[in-house]
Design a protein around this ligand. Sequence first.
Ligand code: VGL
Ligand code: ZN
Length: 240
Amino acid sequence: MSPPPPTPFKPALLVVDLQEDFCPPSGALPVPNARDVIAPVNQLLSYPFALKLATKDWHPPSHVSFAANHAGSPPPFVSTTTIEHPLSAAHRYTTTLWPVHCVQHTRGSEFAAGFDCAKVDGTVHKGVDPRVEMYSAFCDPFRWTEAGAVSASGLEQRLKALAITDVYVVGLAMDYCVKATAEDAVAFGFRTWVVRDGTRAVGGEEGARKAEEEMVAKGIRVVSLGDESLGWVEALEASP
Ligand code: VGL
Ligand code: ZN
């Protein structure tokens, strides 16, 4: 017999950015083997999580993370820019520039074909403020500086209002938005799980290995679909 779940145990599922632009071959910012996650994610969506949410990377055309929006249109993936807090320029950090992706209302911003999005209870939009990068589904990284968040999705409050204890994160990409979302979930006090089968990295297998190591170091539990922690979810009573 495997050990019982912790009590209380009220788990939520977050499906991060499972959108066409992150899927090969057509996506603008394709994550290797991204479509492999669709079947495992659909399986997880059939479990009785207390809450199931999907996120969408949802950028305005003027977003700061697009290489094309910077002088000389530097090459994406290998170029960076410095992002400053709009109210406090002393707070700044360097971030990667990307191809134009997930522009609001475009084909590429739609959920990936075959993703059973009818089973989610809602969609959280992220990366909406053109001035800041927002990998996490919760907030931009200035949240953790004294200058404070520029943009927050309300996800923390939504989970806390339902007394969620555990957050299970899957989706794209493991080394960017899944990782940032899981790190914030831990920082906000949730027991946090990343399910390997349901995620893939921009940096391929090497990117996945490094992301896993960094997440584990922060107290995130990286597990496979067969892990006992998912047995706890399956065994919950489906809510009416
Ligand atoms: C993502 C790069 C840029 C992600 C989003 O969803 O991981 N990566 N925007
Ligand atoms: Zn993005």
